[in-house]
Ligand binder design. Structure first.
Ligand code: MF3
Ligand code: CO
Ligand code: CO
Length: 289
């Protein structure tokens, strides 16, 4: 359908097309004609949707703050899961992870050589020296936000401290690589460069993802790759960056018994940090962290 200047914009803002996404569409059209991969319209969030995702993120951020205040040696990962579940429900949200594709808990808890999708359990007790990723996705009024953080338990080794720090820097490098009308591939390139420069490797089998109206949307966000490639980053896109960085090889194995938990094949440590970000006209906004 071709919109006239005075029609209502396709984004659902209620504004006239000429006051809303007309220039945006022209810009994307020009890039597409140059051979660039451009996002489809369903990946562009309007103001109302962005506000919905921000509200969901407020719960998700609060949940991770609560975990950070309470996590300690001797706790089980199921205790953390309960904190997360209770907080989310008390604030009117729904833990999106619970029952997602059969996942049995409200958060993922991945310890030491576990890369991601660790399942909280009453049998897993946090020990002095552990590093743990807690990953939470919250749904509120149909809007999703997703973030994860690393925590160190007691006194951890220098090696463990290093992988946690390098991985956080990788996330930040990835975020700094976001330029409105730039390339998605710039993000992965920046992350890979920083990880490998520091003797670490980037997990290949998982990536970031669009998020907002569903838990996982297009595009897939690679954490390795080449500058100037992949999809154009247009204002209104919301996605996660969530590098999983290993101390040794990037190869992973999935636990055959539970079908979820990924661990490093060589037993090396792994860390992950995740933010949900919005591309704006003049940069970006970190929505969930
Ligand atoms: N929060 C995870 C992500 O960052 C998804 C977890 S899916 C689950 O994409 F089923 F394992 F919980
Ligand atoms: Co997540
Ligand atoms: Co995610």
């Amino acid at each position: 359908m071709i919109l006239s200047r005075n029609d209502k914009c396709w984004c659902g803002s209620g504004l006239k097309y000429k006051k809303c996404h007309l220039d945006f569409d022209k810009k994307l059209e020009t890039l597409k004609n140059k051979g660039c991969v451009v996002p489809t319209k369903d990946l562009i969030k309007n103001k109302e949707q962005i506000e919905g995702i921000r509200k969901s993120a407020k719960i998700n951020n609060g949940l991770l703050d609560l975990v950070s205040e309470n996590i300690k040696e001797g706790m089980t990962t199921e205790d953390i899961d309960k904190l997360a579940y209770d907080f989310t429900i008390a604030h009117g949200g729904i833990p999106a992870t619970l029952n997602y594709d059969g996942f049995p808990k409200s958060i993922c808890t991945s310890i030491n050589d576990e890369v991601c999708h660790g399942i909280p359990s009453k049998d897993v007790v946090l020990k002095n020296g552990d590093i743990i990723n807690v990953d939470a996705t919250t749904m509120l009024n149909g809007y999703y936000s997703d973030a994860s953080r690393m925590f160190t338990i007691g006194k951890v080794s220098d090696e463990a401290k290093k992988i946690v720090e390098i991985t956080k820097e990788c996330l930040n490098k990835g975020i700094e690589a976001i330029k409105p009308w730039g390339f998605l591939g710039d993000i992965g390139a920046a992350i890979q460069e920083h990880a490998e420069k520091n003797g670490c490797s980037v997990v290949r089998d998982y990536g970031g993802h669009g998020v907002g109206l569903q838990m996982h949307e297009e595009p897939f966000v690679f954490h390795f790759g080449t500058k100037g490639t992949d999809m154009i980053l247009a204002p209104g896109m919301v996605f996660t960056i969530e590098p999983m960085i290993n101390g040794g090889s990037y190869e992973i194995d999935i636990d055959e018994d539970n079908g979820w938990t990924a661990s490093t094949v060589d037993g090396s440590l792994s860390a992950q940090w995740e933010h949900t970000v919005l591309v704006t006209e003049d940069g970006l906004e970190i929505i969930a962290k």
